[in-house]
Design a binder for this molecule. Structure first.
Ligand SMILES: C[S@@+](CC[C@H](N)C(=O)[O-])C[C@H]1O[C@@H](n2cnc3c(N)ncnc32)[C@H](O)[C@@H]1O
Length: 253
């Protein structure tokens, strides 16, 4: 007779197999020396900002705000925000999943605050006037929980970008949709990360389930071909920036 214990372990293994395309360790690819070096020497000047990134920051970011940058890489946005919006370095918090990125960010910007993951920030009860996340949600399977958590610790603005398809289905499988991290130098031998493309209706339905009814949602974007370094089901997708403006805040403080 098969014991309960045996049945339990079979079930767990089955679940792991079902999600293996999502759990494959791609996070450590961001620790690659060449990738860290790339972010240390780029994305730190005003001219490195994409128009879609400036769009909402120009409207809403002011110098007295407390700002959180989620997926901050080597912290180059400390320089961008202090030049373009006169944000004091001390008002900037950066969070990333890569220990190497956080290490170089801390040493380049000692006045700012950097954390590996959100948990310390959450347990300390920190809140931010404006939170943004660029180039990150479409590269992590955790984007739903990240969106929820960022929404909770935002006092007013939450800005992020996503990749959407109006008619296609959501693709969240790294074997079907991924980006080579050598997008800045095709000769480099680097790992892959997911390239998540969401069905537009599904995405907005999820967003509505996270935010409050009174909140305002602004969107800005355009159709674009995916980069050469991307392999996916779709060639043309909508690159969308989303700005949630909270109108009520149960966690104010
Ligand atoms: C394409 S880079 C974008 C960096 C920066 N935001 C920019 O726009 O230049 C993506 C960044 O997100 C980080 N990242 C990926 N998955 C993450 C996750 N689940 N949580 C936090 N950071 C993540 C990576 O380590 C990397 O630094």
């Amino acid at each position: 007779m098969v014991s309960d214990r045996t049945i339990l372990s079979v079930t767990i293994r089955f679940q792991q197999t079902m999600t293996s395309h999502q759990t494959k360790d791609y996070h450590s690819n961001w620790d690659d020396k060449k990738i860290v070096q790339h972010f240390l020497s780029s994305r730190n000047k005003e001219e490195d900002l994409y128009p879609s990134e400036k769009y909402f920051l120009d409207k809403f970011l002011t110098k007295e705000m407390r700002v959180l940058d989620y997926g901050c890489a080597a912290g180059g946005f400390v320089d961008i925000l202090s030049k373009r919006y006169q944000l004091p370095e001390i008002n900037y918090w950066g969070v990333d999943i890569s220990p190497q990125m956080i290490r170089v960010a801390e040493s380049a910007h000692p006045q700012s605050h950097f954390e590996l993951g959100l948990s310390k920030i959450q347990s300390a009860g920190e809140r931010f006037d404006l939170i943004y996340s660029f180039g990150t949600f479409h590269m992590t399977f955790d984007w739903r929980v990240i969106l929820k958590n960022l929404y909770l610790i935002s006092r007013q603005y939450l800005i992020f970008d996503v990749r959407l398809t109006k008619t296609g289905k959501t693709v969240e499988d790294i074997s079907q949709s991924y980006q080579k991290l050598n997008f800045f130098n095709e000769e480099l031998d680097t790992g892959d990360v997911p390239y998540i493309i969401l069905n537009e209706e599904e995405f907005y339905t999820y967003l509505q389930s996270v935010i409050e009814e009174n909140d305002e949602v602004l969107t800005h974007g355009y159709e674009h071909s995916v980069s050469h370094s991307v392999t996916s089901l779709y060639q043309k997708i909508d690159m969308m920036s989303i700005c949630v403006i909270k109108k009520t805040n149960s966690l104010n403080g």
